[in-house]
Design a protein around this ligand. Structure first.
Ligand SMILES: Cc1cc2nc3c(=O)[nH]c(=O)nc-3n(C[C@H](O)[C@H](O)[C@H](O)COP(=O)(O)OP(=O)(O)OC[C@H]3O[C@@H](n4cnc5c(N)ncnc54)[C@H](O)[C@@H]3O)c2cc1C
Length: 430
């Protein structure tokens, strides 16, 4: 589809989850205002969580991952322009430039451009079989890497050359890196996980949970290398070996990095829009510039619970922020961000849920559950609960773990009760 210079009421920059949630939210409130979404990917807005699971397992196709059914855009008079990129925003003239040379004028604009994978800046980090994962196209490249490794790669056991083949090095022990380990192991690859910290999930979990998840991964044949700093990726035109800064080296057939994300800043150049690590928005998803909103992974929303701007970067948050932004763009200021954020993950059958803000958690306390799971409480310097985490825990704990964060419960003198599995957690809320 080509873009002619025209004027729209609502312009959404970025065709992802937050962008499509915003369009839905606008349409609920304004049945007629013109809406245009400009997205640089060729795909319609889709959900990314299945990209590292079902899609790599070839258990789902693109159509099943879309955020809204195909007919939704035309049924709701939303013009979706894919494969085109906004290159510049002129906040004074309320106008954007597209990479085709066209321009669009808007009344209200939403920046929902997401983030990009943080590149691994080491020698060899740019070899062709060093991948990262954000898009379906990235997943396609990884699928090629998997196929090649399984057919032409190194045998798992060098003494059994007719046995299974294919090794992958996963760099990064966050949510995505750990989830990828499971996917690759289930696809029959030998997996080495390299984590720069003392344990995986270092950004949001303490040593007890980190140790438990390490053992769980190892029990499923993942080789977890902690305190592992990549010095170099070596190979003859292709990655064949990971070299750590302590000189240990590990053979591999390909590498996947998952070491965090960076904001796509280029369209902000020359604008007065406030950004730190992410674009700063208030509880209504408004930037500091009138009529310009931001939502999703590219935004740091003001969270009154922690009295600061927070980068959330999770599926639920991106959808919610998109929806709040859309409501406010359409003139509904009652839509505000005022919840306890939560995210979940699952690794080899064990589920983890997290509520709240890990950066405020200077102390962590663990309650071991009779069922074998554990709860972890991140407590701030002021002795207030900032974050709670449930690992392999019964669902009945969810509401109290949410409430402990929501009320920023003061646990001064109550740590014994916090970790004692016999003390009902609701008692701490009183
Ligand atoms: C592989 C993977 C697995 C994940 N799994 C989970 C999970 O299990 N649970 C969870 O909570 N979260 C998960 N996430 C995170 C979650 O998917 C994101 O928080 C969510 O997709 C963010 O939505 P968004 O709309 O902000 O960004 P995106 O979905 O990234 O959409 C932004 C879009 O804007 C486009 N764009 C960028 N710049 C421009 C421009 N200048 N012009 C036009 N378009 C532009 C981008 O190409 C992109 O298509 C996962 C993420 C990944 C990558």
């Amino acid at each position: 589809m080509t873009v002619n210079a025209h004027h729209v009421r609502y312009l959404i920059i970025g065709g992802g989850l937050a962008g499509s949630a915003a369009a839905q939210s606008i349409r609920l409130r304004d049945p007629h205002g013109s809406i245009v979404i400009v997205g640089q990917e060729i795909n319609r807005p889709y959900n990314r969580p299945p990209v590292c699971r079902e899609y790599l397992h070839r258990k789902t196709g693109r159509a099943a991952m879309m955020t809204v059914p195909l007919g939704w855009y035309s049924d709701n008079q939303v013009q979706l322009i894919t494969g085109q990129r906004v290159t510049r925003i002129d906040t004074t003239r309320h106008l954007v430039a597209i990479d085709t040379g066209a321009e669009i004028q808007f009344d209200k604009a939403l920046i929902a451009t997401g983030v990009s994978p943080r590149p691994l800046h080491v020698p060899g980090g740019d070899l062709p079989n060093v991948y990262d994962l954000r898009t379906i196209e990235d997943a396609e490249q990884i699928l090629n890497g998997i196929d090649k490794a399984r057919t032409e790669g190194r045998p798992h056991n060098p003494e059994n050359r007719s046995g299974p083949r294919g090794r992958v090095a996963v760099v990064g022990g966050g949510l995505l890196g750990v989830e990828l380990c499971e996917t690759f192991a289930r696809l029959g690859l030998r997996v080495d996980l390299f984590v720069a910290h003392p344990h995986p999930w270092h950004r949001f979990a303490g040593p007890h949970v980190g140790g438990a998840i390490t053992r769980h991964l190892e029990a499923h044949d993942i080789r977890v290398h902690t305190q592992a700093r990549i010095a170099q990726i070596q190979g003859d035109g292709r990655a064949q070996r990971i070299l750590l800064d302590d000189q240990r080296s590990f053979d591999t057939d390909f590498v996947v990095t998952a070491i965090g994300t960076v904001l796509n800043r280029d369209i902000l150049r020359g604008t007065p829009i406030n950004a730190e690590k992410q674009l700063l928005v208030d509880q209504h998803c408004r930037t500091n510039v009138q009529d310009i909103f931001a939502a999703g992974d590219c935004a740091a929303v003001f969270d009154p619970l922690f009295a600061k701007h927070r980068v959330l970067e999770h599926w639920h948050s991106a959808r919610l922020l998109g929806s709040i932004a859309g409501a406010n763009m359409a003139g509904d200021p009652t839509a505000v961000y005022d919840i306890v954020n939560q995210y979940t993950t699952e690794v080899f059958g064990i589920a983890a849920s997290v509520w709240g803000e890990s950066k405020h958690a200077t102390h962590r306390h663990t309650r071991l559950l009779p069922s074998g799971g554990m709860l972890e409480f991140g407590v701030s310097d002021a002795n207030k609960v900032s974050q709670t985490l449930a690992l392999a825990a019964p669902r009945e704990y969810e509401s109290v773990l949410h409430d402990l964060v929501q009320s920023r419960t003061d646990v001064t003198g109550k740590i014994e009760q916090l970790i004692d599995p016999e003390t009902p957690l609701n008692d701490l809320l009183k």
